[in-house]
Design a protein around this ligand. Structure first.
Ligand SMILES: [Zn+2]
Length: 254
């Protein structure tokens, strides 16, 4: 049994706490207060920290946590020196009786990685700020081509993979998705569902690869309806990468 729960941080970040009968791990602790409170209250045994990329809102809590608990911090090669186990594409990590595979997905940052587990037929993905529900991260350090390639890797994961990303951006992402595909019923109904959840303050995550393939414009650059709409707005796109680039640039200024 695996239990995955969000800890809300800052305005719209999610820190993910994963617990099995062997203990807990935390993904991207941008801050530590709420996490440490929960660990103490429920007497949970934190075994490791997993980091997806170097941004402060994903790493700012590491120092305080490791000052209280002597645990390993896994992460990519970057400037965060509290990461003591560096991982790269294909690295397999075994924690809490679960195997996680590292997937390198540069674009948002150059160091960005995701953690994927088959999890005995109930696959899970922790993807930080690369793939969001209904959207994708801004491209700060890498190229648009890298981001497109990284999302293409994630697209190939099993359809039932549950997606745990780093922010609650789903509502605004789907609002944009409706502009890209005004007639897409899947997007419209998902947007309406998400609005109801957010009215009550309920997280819209996890998503799934299947749901993202149906509603996320950044995974749909190869779909005819999207290509027609983008070509109407922007003259240039010729291939999937151009279409993806046009959508990302449109969203940047949306
Ligand atoms: Zn980030």
């Amino acid at each position: 049994m695996i239990n995955i729960e969000p800890i809300e941080a800052f305005n719209d970040n999610y820190i993910w706490l994963v617990t099995t009968n062997e203990g807990s791990i935390v993904i991207d602790p941008g801050e530590s207060n709420n996490l440490l409170k929960i660990l103490n209250q429920r007497n949970l045994d934190l075994r490791a920290i997993l980091i997806t990329h170097h941004h402060f809102d994903h790493t700012g809590g590491i120092d305080e946590i490791v000052s209280q608990k002597s645990i390993d911090v896994y992460g990519p090669k970057n400037n965060i020196d509290t990461i003591n186990i560096r991982v790269k594409h294909g690295t397999i990590i075994e924690l809490l009786g679960i195997q996680f595979e590292v997937i390198e997905i540069p674009g948002h940052t150059l160091d960005h990685i995701a953690y994927f587990s088959e999890n005995q037929g109930d696959p899970v993905l922790f993807c930080g700020d690369t793939l969001f529900a209904g959207g994708c991260g801004r491209v700060f350090e890498g190229t648009l081509e890298q981001m497109h390639d990284s999302l293409s890797l994630l697209k190939k994961l099993p359809l039932n993979t549950k997606i745990y990303c780093g922010h609650e951006y789903t509502q605004s992402n789907l609002k944009f998705a409706k502009s890209v595909e005004p007639l897409n019923e899947n997007i419209i109904s998902r947007y309406n569902r998400v609005c109801k959840l957010r009215e009550k303050g309920i997280p819209t995550l996890p998503s799934t690869i299947e749901l993202e393939l149906a509603t996320n414009p950044f995974l749909r650059a190869d779909i005819k309806e999207v290509q027609v709409e983008i070509s109407k707005r922007f003259n240039t796109p010729k291939n999937d990468k151009d279409i993806f680039t046009a959508i990302r640039q449109w969203k940047d200024n949306y």
